[in-house]
Design a protein around this ligand. Structure first.
Ligand code: HEC
Length: 109
């Protein structure tokens, strides 16, 4: 009996941590996010342009989440404000899905 309770406890912990990890934000449209990132962010964030080259694998998932929570602090906040909240969420979905510590890290090329 005690063993059963222990096992269900472990199962619950696993379920909750899974929910915590995968639904830290509400996932948007990744394909659209990639397109939006390329047309609204990558224009500056690439080699030879005005800002640091940046792609999904330059940050971890947690770092991307934090960046999007606090984008008001960035030098390019004006660029972010041109986008709707839903567009920004699509971009986060794309970057998060291919972050450094994601199952499929990717650059933006
Ligand atoms: C008009 C050019 C421009 C656009 C467009 C732009 N940025 Fe920036 N961004 C900058 C500059 C300049 C800085 C500050 C210098 C630096 O970090 O390269 C910056 C800083 C940042 C930083 C902080 C630096 C870092 O590596 O953590 C992040 C993150 C960032 N931008 C993400 C974005 C995202 C996401 C978008 C699209 C929504 C975007 N930027 C659009 C110019 C731009």
């Amino acid at each position: 009996m005690t063993k059963k309770i222990f096992i269900s406890f472990i199962a619950m912990v696993m379920v909750f941590s899974f929910i915590g990890v995968s639904f830290a934000f509400e996932a948007g449209n990744e394909r659209k996010g990639k397109y939006l990132y390329r047309s609204n962010c990558r224009t500056c964030h690439k080699d030879g342009a005005s800002a640091t080259p940046l792609g999904p694998n330059n940050k971890t998932q947690a770092q991307w989440e934090r960046t999007f929570e606090k984008y008001e602090r960035l030098d390019c906040v004006k660029e972010w404000e041109k986008l709707s909240e839903s567009d920004r969420n699509d971009i986060l979905t794309y970057l998060h899905g291919h972050a450094f510590d994601s199952p499929s890290p990717a650059t933006c090329d």
